[in-house]
Design a protein around this ligand. Sequence first.
Ligand SMILES: [Zn+2]
Length: 320
Amino acid sequence: MLRKKILNLPDYHLYDGSIPIVDFDKLYPYEEAKTYVAACIKPLGKEYETKMNTALAEGWIDVYETPGKRSGAYSSNVYGVHPYMLMNYNETLDQVFTLAHELGHTIHTILASENQPFATHDYTIFVAEVASTLNERLLLDYMLSKTKDPKERIALLQQAISNITGTFYFQTMLADFEWQVHQLVEQGQPITSDKLKEITAQLDSTYYGDAVAVDELYHYVWSRIPHFYRTPFYVYQYATCFASSARRRSSRAGPRALGPPAWGACNPRGAKSPPPRAPGESCPATSCPPAACPTGSLRSAPASRSPCRAAAATRSWACT
Ligand SMILES: [Zn+2]
């Protein structure tokens, strides 16, 4: 409702979420973006910082757009070597966050490869986006602490809010949709376009209430979500990962005391999985992210950028 008021709109539609509320067009040259990303992850410890500096300096990243290059961004591993990254860096604020995000995947992959044999080095989707979204949160904290430009501050907060609505709220709604549809399949019910539209309309009403004007075309949103067709029961993991990284960042000791991550050693499928815990025993934050912990409780894309997806065939973690 705040956006509706600031934008002076009679009705607020979902597509209005793409309208910037300040005129902010600052560009961030790649060399400057690298310094932000390298600085923001310092709370993760010296080892992480060293790996990050190596990843930024060693030519692992295909940075800029070129003719014929595919769109989006991803990090793709070569076991025994190191990950390579594809970017289409265009100097926008969004791309600075994409750089931090994909480097989160890259360093996670390095840690997993160093701590696991080939057979178990690959990690699950359930933990993948914890590493990437945590880096985005650290970048947000860092840039908010440095900026003296009120417009940049608003743009940063807008980016953070879009992340909450796009990566947590919207993905939860999609997961709800997916669960309902699969239930129909299990009951032997017919799945038609009209039925999918009906479920989406009901979810729109439940999740947005009267805060957002109804647009019938949005009831076909399921038709553009590739995960439903290629990687079922994927989307809920955006929300769980997002919540996990939020919890880790806001730990009682604060982000300055996050300590070194142990994602590689904590791979729940790997040889160095954490030992079983007693019922109710919490997961120590310094040794295992909440999402990877068998008993740890979970308490916790921006509109302009679609969320990440795992390209299972190539084992890369991609934003497209
Ligand atoms: Zn990602």
